[in-house]
Design a protein around this ligand. Structure first.
Ligand SMILES: [Fe+2]
Length: 262
């Protein structure tokens, strides 16, 4: 039964009855060269099959994690009507000649107010309400990532509309000079793009093998997140991300923002 035993070899045994947890047996050579059975250990409930092959005596933990925040915008008042926000985005886009010109001159697919309008919350009450909600979400996230803000706040720096038509993409980028960035989703037609997040250590991996296809999320080099209308996503501004091509016929609409440390 243990004929494959060798130096520091691990073998998975049957699942322990009644535990729903994996039982492992470890064995290795004694000083005289004969294999002996090691201890049998029961692991705690295992969130992923790959963990079932970890060394039972080792302590393996994740370091240098980054956090991704996802919540319903409505979790913090005053509440935003999605249809009204969508209508406002279209209305602003239609009237923003400077923004349309900028998009055309810069080959930006669809529309963004990023380069033309810096005062959406001042001009439009629904954006002022949106910022009230976002401020609270960002404060929650700042606590989660355990920032020591030293009595200073994270405050909104930029807020802009993105309308991405069929076939449009937003290539990989970061948000320099900010601390927390994010997006809230206004229109997400069926089949539209998820947000693609990239492991920032990718340039350092050089000759390392890729991860297995079903690697645990925190070990993947790219993570795709498909938010729903009304969701808000937050991440640290240095995290590289992109919007792959919108394959839906309808437009994908979002409002993105940056927060800085005031
Ligand atoms: Fe972005």
């Amino acid at each position: 039964m243990l004929s494959n035993a060798g130096p520091s070899r691990l073998r998975r045994a049957d699942r322990a009855p009644g535990f729903g947890a994996a039982s492992f047996k470890a064995w290795g050579p004694r000083a005289d060269g004969q294999d002996v059975m090691g201890k049998s250990r029961i692991f705690a409930l295992d969130p992923h099959p790959s963990l079932q092959y970890a060394h039972p005596m080792a302590q393996i933990r994740s370091l240098f994690t980054t956090r991704l925040y996802q919540a319903a915008l409505s979790d913090h008042p005053p509440g935003i009507d999605a249809a009204e926000l969508e209508a406002s985005c279209y209305s602003i886009a239609e009237d923003d000649d400077a923004g349309q010109d900028w998009c055309e001159a810069n080959g930006y697919p669809g529309y963004t107010s990023y380069a033309s309008l810096t005062d959406l919350p001042w001009r439009f009450p629904i954006f002022a309400d949106l910022v009230k909600s976002l401020d609270a979400h960002v404060a929650d996230f700042a606590k989660d990532v355990q920032f020591d803000l030293q009595g200073r706040a994270l405050v909104l720096e930029d807020l802009w509309i993105n309308i991405l038509p069929e076939g449009g993409t937003h290539s990989s980028h970061i948000h320099p000079h900010s601390v927390i960035s994010g997006t809230t989703y206004v229109a997400m037609p069926d089949g539209t793009s998820a947000l693609k997040l990239e492991d920032p250590r990718l340039p350092m991996m050089m000759a390392a093998p890729t991860r297995v296809k079903d690697a645990r999320e925190e070990l993947r080099q790219f993570v795709y997140v498909a938010p729903k209308v009304g969701d808000v996503l937050l991440w640290e501004s240095w995290l590289r991300h992109e919007v792959p091509m919108n394959m839906a016929e309808d437009e994908r609409i979002s409002v993105s923002f940056n927060y800085k440390w005031a």
